[in-house]
Design a protein around this ligand. Structure first.
Ligand code: SF4
Ligand code: ZN
Length: 326
């Protein structure tokens, strides 16, 4: 953005953004419109929200989840047969998360959506900050591969979000994952050979052909999955949302290395992030089939079990959250 920029948008107004992968300059209004119509197209194309749905908007207070909540509310807020509610998970990262929770609460209030906060401390008896300290001083559990703080945090967040959304009667969980998040996840699943997770990387997570799974694991929707991160940031800024530009102190590890690599690629080859995601989307049906076969070969025979410790659905006797957190 350049305040003195003489560059004009196609509509004649002053441009505020140059979209390199399209070769177009856009003014504030055209930029906002382009983001909103792209999100609406994504939501419609994948039938993300259906009549009768209860959508739990996962709100971290950051730019992406705020944008996703705003846009879903903008499209479905007046539908009489779609209900919206907001959930924030407090992982216990101080002071970063405390500020974000306050902002998420204020934003949900502004939209007129009921807001619920659930914390790791209440659920697991400890916080991500405490886990980070332990990993720093003692490493991972003896005999286990080195774990990153984000692995604990991510597992705990997904677990709690699914559990609480289900208890609140949600039929969809709306996540703020943007294009960059999706591409990083796709690359990491590929590097780790995690086909089960790669197979669940759709616009609407269809967990399996088993109906029971769909009731236990609430399908997740990602309306921003084709919005690049910097455009999501600019959208939030131009819309005037109250967003905290902070970084989690525990952020790091392989995901951030992958992020740097992908961003360098994008710099020299504008639009490559879209290509990567499109390729993974095309491969998804094949990955799913292989992952289903692998599931079926497991001890559970591909059935969903109930974790013996917490009673939540899991493909193993002890779910990942209980293994790491309890
Ligand atoms: Fe949790 Fe990692 Fe995100 Fe921090 S960066 S909130 S530790 S997942
Ligand atoms: Zn469990």
């Amino acid at each position: 953005m350049n305040r003195e920029s003489p560059v004009k948008c196609r509509c004649g107004r002053r441009a505020v953004y140059f979209r390199k992968y399209e070769g177009t300059s856009l003014c504030r209004e055209c930029f906002i419109r382009s983001i909103e119509s792209r999100v609406k197209r994504t939501v419609r194309k994948h039938n993300m929200v259906r009549k009768g749905d209860v959508v739990a908007l996962a709100m971290s207070g950051g730019k992406d989840s705020t944008n996703a909540a705003y846009l879903i509310h903008k499209v479905f807020g007046k539908w009489p047969d779609v209900k919206l509610l907001a959930i924030t998970i407090d992982e216990g990262v101080r002071p970063y998360r405390t500020e974000n929770i306050r902002r998420a609460r204020a934003f949900a209030k502004k939209l007129g959506i009921p807001h619920h906060v659930f914390s790791f401390r209440e659920e697991f008896g400890k916080t991500t900050d405490q886990i980070a300290k332990r990993i720093k001083f003692f490493g991972s559990k003896p005999g286990q591969p080195i774990q990153e703080v984000c692995t604990y945090c991510g597992v705990g967040r997904r677990y709690l979000l699914n559990k609480k959304a289900r208890e609140l009667g949600a039929t969809r969980i709306c996540l703020g994952h943007n294009l960059d998040d999706e591409v990083q996840a796709a690359m990491l699943n590929y590097i780790r050979g995690d086909l089960a997770r790669a197979g669940r990387m759709e616009a609407v997570t269809a967990w399996s052909t088993q109906k029971r799974r769909g009731r236990l694991f609430i399908p997740r929707i990602k309306p921003l999955r084709v919005i690049p991160e910097r455009e999501s940031a600019l959208y939030a800024y131009l819309r005037g949302f109250d967003i905290l530009e902070g970084h989690c102190p525990h952020a790091g590890g392989i995901r951030f290395e992958a992020r740097g690599f992908i961003n360098r690629l994008e710099l020299n080859h504008p639009g490559i992030k879209f290509n990567i995601l499109e390729t993974f989307d095309k491969l998804n049906p094949c990955i799913k089939r292989v992952a289903e076969k692998q599931y079926a070969q497991k001890a559970s025979g591909g059935r969903i079990l109930m974790c013996r410790k917490c009673g939540e659905p899991s493909s193993r006797e002890l779910c990942k959250a209980c293994e790491l957190w309890r």
